[in-house]
Design a protein around this ligand. Structure first.
Ligand code: ATP
Ligand code: MG
Length: 438
């Protein structure tokens, strides 16, 4: 063992190899403090390995939580590191308890490390969620406790709730500070990867919604998931933003119930539960998340404005695209909207970024403006160009298949769509045609 000396700024965490009177990053005076780090000199050297054309087998565990398995790209990869971030109280601990319970049911050894809740709290949560099996729980905030637990027993899965609550007592920085998170996560990942233990870190998020701590945390792990949703609504979305073992545009949908989280198998039915009451300004749009289509309702209202500048407001749809859609409707129909406010809403609190929704947004605005009901039997999709033309979009067959499955009778879509079914496929050349047809 040798000792290495480093200096950290107490106020911003800047690391320097030598002492400085003033931190070059945050410009604080006399903030550099000395740390001694023990460094092991290893005589073993890792040698390069030749990989052949035959891929090394990748082992996955199917958790039997359909939405989670799908988002992970077909189950939890053995030995992988997963980071789950989310707002306070959104259900991160509930989700990780569910994963732990399923792993225990499958016969794996699981250690649940909690730096936030007491044993009593966790035990009553387990009873409330009706989860089976004896849970191995370690309530600690110290990194050393986790490392010694790993050294003493073989675990297949370790869940750390939360990574921000764990600290290394050798460092003088506060728990949750950038350098603590960096140090704790890199040591844990290194140790667990070496022992091929699958690990899940729960992460807090900042006010802006990003995972709290250094960006490097997201680089270090294999998979980053965000657990999101409107706390006033019963469902939660599990969104993947990074995955070394699967696609990154999948979204898992769960329902939060008093007895825990339940996977939503038929999201179209879930999001369109109130189809009978669709009035003017409402249209159905077949949305694609990852590989899965979901029918959603797009709503718009266009009341006479009482402001000097008409208001444009959008929830779940890009506001700039709304400006474009309104401008296109004005141009191709010759009807100005300067005396009208335009409000658009994607029901269920989903955020849609794909341009395929443009035509449904335009149809909702026109439906509200003309006071004509489109109804719950018609679905609409297509991208709208600046000259008002309607363009083809990706995954049209998938969208049409979902519409057919959900009993839609008519689909308004771009020209050139070929799909054989009992549904009426009505091609829309441009926004002007749409305006005349509604
Ligand atoms: N005793 C309870 N009875 C019914 N519902 C509860 C109870 N405790 C928690 N919940 C519900 O479970 C939800 C999720 O709680 P959970 O602790 O899993 O969230 P979290 O994301 O881990 O929060 P935190 O950021 O505080 O760790 C809560 O918002 C609440 O609606
Ligand atoms: Mg929690």
């Amino acid at each position: 063992m040798t000792k290495k000396t480093v200096f950290y700024c107490e106020s911003c965490g800047y690391e320097a190899p030598k002492w400085m009177g003033r931190c070059p990053k945050c410009l604080a005076w006399d903030s550099m403090k000395e740390f001694k780090i023990e460094k092991e000199i290893s005589r073993d050297r890792t040698k390069p390995t030749l990989i052949t054309d035959d891929a090394l087998p990748e082992e996955r565990i199917i958790l039997n939580i359909p939405e989670m398995d799908r988002v992970l790209g077909g189950g939890l990869t053995c030995g992988s590191s997963v980071l789950i971030g989310g707002d306070p109280g959104i259900g991160k601990t509930t989700l990780s308890f569910l994963i732990a319970s399923r792993m225990i049911e499958l016969g794996y050894e699981v250690l649940y490390v909690s730096g936030e809740e007491s044993l009593r709290q966790l035990s009553s949560r387990k009873t409330r969620l009706n989860l089976k099996g004896p849970f191995s729980i370690l309530t600690t905030n110290r990194l050393e406790d986790i490392l010694s637990a790993i050294a003493e027993k073989v675990y297949h899965l370790i869940i750390v709730d939360s990574i921000q609550s764990i600290y290394n007592s050798d460092l003088s920085m506060l728990p949750g500070s950038i350098n603590q998170i960096k140090d704790v996560s890199s040591r844990l990942i290194m140790e667990m990867k070496k022992k091929e233990i699958t690990h899940i870190f729960i992460g807090h998020v900042t006010k802006e919604g990003a995972i709290a701590g250094p960006k490097i945390l997201e680089h270090m792990v294999d998979t980053v998931l965000y657990f999101e949703g409107d706390k006033t609504l019963p469902y939660r979305l599990l969104r993947v933003t990074k995955n070394r073992y699967g696609p990154v545009d999948e979204v898992g949908i769960f329902q939060m119930r008093p007895d825990g989280l339940v996977s939503v198998d038929n999201p179209s039915r879930f999001f369109l539960s109130d189809r009978e009451h669709m009035g003017t300004g409402s249209t159905i749009f077949p949305y694609i998340t990852g590989t899965r289509p979901i029918l959603l309702e797009i709503q718009a209202i266009t009341p006479k404005t009482t402001f000097s500048m008409p208001k444009r407001l959008s929830l779940g749809y890009d506001i700039n695209r709304l400006y474009v859609i309104v401008a296109v409707i004005e141009k191709v129909t010759g009807r100005p909207f300067f005396d009208r406010d335009v409000y658009v809403n994607v029901t269920g609190g989903l955020k849609i970024t794909e341009p395929a929704v443009d035509l449904a947004v335009a149809a909702s605005i026109i439906s509200s403006y003309k006071d004509k009901i489109i109804g719950s039997q018609t679905a609409i999709f297509g991208e709208v160009g600046l000259t008002g033309e309607v363009r083809k979009v990706v995954n049209m067959d998938l969208r049409l298949k979902e519409c057919e499955r959900m009993g839609i009778k008519k689909v308004l879509c771009p020209l050139g769509v070929e799909y054989t079914s009992n549904m009426e496929i009505s091609s829309v050349k441009d926004v002007k045609t749409l305006y005349e047809r509604l």
